[in-house]
Design a protein around this ligand. Structure first.
Ligand SMILES: C[S@@+](CC[C@H](N)C(=O)[O-])C[C@H]1O[C@@H](n2cnc3c(N)ncnc32)[C@H](O)[C@@H]1O
Length: 252
């Protein structure tokens, strides 16, 4: 499927300054604090290039990882080898071989699901594969971030032989945010090739996410504003959800 990531898969890690170690620490802290069950098997949903996947694997978890982009998955697979089962599937329609005790979905993957119905399908599947008492941990971009940070701003990232230009266009009324991405890459002859792609995200109201989680068998245990377990504030750019499966599978 085309998730809008084919073009940037090879440069995603180079331009990404996300704090995966902090995310791992957050994940472990909330498991410790809220999980009713011991966690061994973890689903990394929307695993991308596998930065967090690899940390989870190195931490000793048995990880299954799902993403809709073949290109992102091939970068991830090169990092993790046979240690992780990667499958190319849609977050709205995936299958696992068995159940997990926790699922993580990092760095605004769920904002790529554009309709409430898409979130519902995804949450319902996560609950279906999560053992009762296990956790679903994810972050989403807040309405504040779309309005005040992304807005119609542009960003430029540059490294050896490559430049990525990212222009946002946010529609306040529809809540849709388009990222116009242009990648310039230097060829052997020194000439630069230009390629373009568009990604689309949706601003989901946090209250809507809460309601959908509940509908799909989760209880919202906590919502943080940061991976250091800081409180969610008016100007938090991300909301970190911790939801517990109350109607998931019996432990197997
Ligand atoms: C911003 S990246 C985050 C990747 C990774 N979780 C991380 O922390 O770096 C979003 C990922 O979601 C994937 N994605 C977007 N829509 C998807 C869908 N409907 N089904 C599966 N994967 C999807 C993209 O391919 C991309 O790898």
């Amino acid at each position: 499927m085309n998730t809008g990531f084919s073009l940037i898969a090879s440069c995603y890690d180079g331009f990404n300054c996300a704090g995966y170690r902090k995310y791992l620490a957050f994940f472990k802290a909330v498991l410790e604090k809220y999980s009713d069950i011991r966690v061994k098997e973890v689903l990394d949903l929307g695993c991308g290039t596998g930065e967090l996947t690899k940390l989870l694997m190195d931490e000793g978890y048995d990880v299954a990882a799902v993403d809709g982009s073949e290109e992102m998955l091939s970068v991830a697979a090169a990092k993790c080898g046979d240690g992780v089962l990667f499958t190319c599937q849609d977050m709205r329609d995936f299958e696992l071989y068995g159940t997990v005790q926790a699922t993580v979905c990092s760095f605004d993957c769920l904002n790529y699901l554009l309709k409430a119905e898409d979130l519902r399908r995804c949450f319902s599947l996560v609950n279906n594969y999560t053992e009762k008492g296990g956790l679903f941990v994810f972050d989403v971009n807040t309405p504040y971030r779309y309005k005040k940070v992304f807005a119609d701003n542009a960003y430029v990232y540059e490294d050896e032989g490559r430049m990525l230009v990212w222009q946002n266009s946010f529609n306040e009324k529809s809540g849709l945010c388009d990222f116009y991405l242009t990648l310039f890459s230097e060829g052997k002859d020194g000439a630069y090739e230009r390629r373009d792609t568009v990604q689309r995200q949706k601003r989901h109201a946090l209250s809507r996410i809460r309601a959908l989680l509940k509908e799909c068998g989760f209880e919202v245990t906590a919502v943080y504003g940061d991976t250091d377990l800081g409180a969610l504030a008016e100007d938090s750019e991300k909301a970190y959800f911790v939801a517990k499966s109350v109607s998931g599978r019996a432990q197997g």
